[in-house]
Design a protein around this ligand. Structure first.
Ligand code: SAH
Ligand code: SF4
Ligand code: F3S
Length: 463
């Protein structure tokens, strides 16, 4: 008789680092006999991998827990036990509070303790109360997790190379939820990238809360920079595209800028948050760069790679932000012309210095500023996309689209690209003609596919 497998459902909130962590957790739990299911109703173990960055993100967790309570009760009536866990940054920030506020939760596990998750499940199943692990252990949690495997036909994968942050921007919870900055050793990252490549991955996005502060032990034992790491990964033949996120302007070194100029596998896209255009606000945010520093950096990056697509994060309504400060933010956006951007209303987070500052900006003023800013950012994104129409571009196809016969991929500039083509092209980088552009994606036509026998089927017309 085969052993019945247990069913796992993970819901992921927040940044790509949580996406990566969820993948690693589900792999580790896979080895412990769990298979993933699509709905919480079908799951014996439900994990919410949470985000604490803004109030809305954190509050969503509690509304989800309300729904999960009903599911747990309904499953219980049918004789099924359900274990519910809260992981991620809310777990780290709120700890025991979660168990008090939502008794439906069986255990709480912080982002640095995922390698002990099987043990926590066992303790909760034995009926132990207040099961919680939010320690910040020394070293690397990934070393204690089973070796990474890519899912079937995954064209693009995340790879966390750095965790935590020592910058302490006054608005941000990350240094408290993820702990101090830590970089994984270069050789460990190379091994993981080689495994991903062997299973068909063509593009790797290196992740870190402060990825360009990477300083992991290099091949000679001395700290290696992100530039060195990128050049090393570019030597893996099957890895054809490299990206990294998120970078801090302070750590954008000349060496790293040079990589954008001469390493073809490093894609022409850079996410570089500037947060605010006023030097007074930047100082109050403890960003440790001025608006002039940022614009100078953009100039140098564009000199190295003239076609680079720039993306950013911006906060409006930081305490004390005047109309003139906000205008300064708009002016930076006008000067830089972003291909894409994320913008947020300042959200006071418990325990951060900015939450206790005087001169909090009224909610309706924040909303009005955000609207004005987002209208400008949308126009810039549309202009960037429109300028791509009529060009040829290599696209990495990642998955089937919503319409039959349609594929979705990414341009070098990280735009979503739709084209008709056979599923066999997933995982391939194909030259396309860009026919048209929308605000959020490009429409393209595949002109020719590589002349390889296994590609023959792909050339047949669809329908
Ligand atoms: N490490 C990255 C960003 C991490 S958080 C960096 O240094 O840029 C992602 C984005 O969320 C931030 O860039 C910021 O724009 C936004 N953010 C962080 N804390 C916030 C808060 N309290 N209110 C509103 N937005 C916030
Ligand atoms: Fe947060 Fe600032 Fe660190 Fe980014 S650099 S994670 S915004 S503290
Ligand atoms: Fe959110 Fe934690 Fe990422 S707070 S943005 S999930 S590091």
């Amino acid at each position: 008789m085969t052993k019945p497998t247990k069913k796992l459902f993970i819901k992921t909130f927040g940044c790509q680092m949580n996406v990566y962590d969820s993948e690693r957790m589900s792999e580790a739990l896979g080895q412990a006999g769990y298979t993933s299911v699509e709905t919480p109703e079908a799951a014996d173990l439900i994990i919410l991998n949470t985000c604490h960055i803004r109030e809305k993100a954190a509050e969503k967790v509690y509304s989800d827990l309300g729904r999960l309570k009903q599911i747990k009760t309904a499953r219980g009536a049918e004789g099924h036990d359900t274990v519910i866990a809260v992981a991620g940054c809310v777990a780290q920030a709120e700890g025991l509070e979660i168990l008090k506020r939502a008794p439906v939760v069986d255990f709480v596990v912080g982002p640095q303790s995922y390698h002990r998750i099987a043990d926590l499940i066992a303790r909760a199943q034995k009926g132990e109360r207040d099961v919680i692990d939010i320690e910040f252990p020394d070293g690397d949690k990934f070393q204690h997790l089973p070796a990474r495997r890519a899912g079937a036909r995954m064209a693009s994968a995340f790879l966390t190379v750095q965790e935590g942050c020592d910058k302490f921007c006054t608005f941000c919870v990350v240094p408290y939820t993820r702990g101090v900055e830590y970089s994984r050793a270069l050789s460990e990252i190379v091994t993981e990238a080689e495994r991903l490549a062997a299973s068909g991955v063509r593009e790797i996005t290196l992740l870190g809360q402060n990825v360009n502060a990477y300083h992991g032990a290099g091949e000679d034992g001395a700290p290696a920079t992100l530039a060195v790491l990128l050049r090393r990964l570019a030597q893996i033949p099957a890895i054809e595209r490299l990206r990294y996120t998120t970078s801090h302007p302070r750590d954008m070194s000349e060496e790293l800028i040079a990589v954008h100029g001469d390493e073809e596998k490093v894609m022409p896209y850079l996410h570089l948050p500037f947060q605010a255009g006023s030097d007074r606000i930047l100082a109050a945010m403890n960003r440790r760069h001025t608006c002039g520093d940022y614009l100078e950096l953009v100039k140098r990056i564009r000199l190295a790679r003239p076609d680079i697509a720039l993306s950013t994060d911006i906060i409006v309504g930081f305490p004390g932000e005047t109309g003139a400060d906000f205008t300064a933010t708009m002016e930076v956006v006008e000067q830089v012309e972003f291909a894409q951007a994320y913008s947020f209303k300042f959200s006071p987070r418990p325990g951060t210095p900015a939450a206790a500052m005087e001169d909090q900006v009224a909610e309706d003023l924040k909303s009005a500023r955000l609207q004005e800013l987002q209208a400008l950012l949308r126009a810039q994104q549309s202009a960037f996309n429109d300028a791509c129409a009529g060009r040829k571009m290599p696209v990495l196809f990642e998955r089937p689209g919503r319409r039959p016969g349609q594929l979705v991929g990414r341009s070098p500039y990280l735009q979503a690209v739709h084209a008709n083509g056979s599923d066999s092209l997933i995982g391939e980088i194909i030259e396309v003609d860009i026919l048209g552009a929308g605000p959020n994606s490009l429409e393209a036509e595949i002109v020719s596919v590589p002349n390889r026998p296994e590609m023959a089927a792909a050339q047949a017309p669809i329908g």
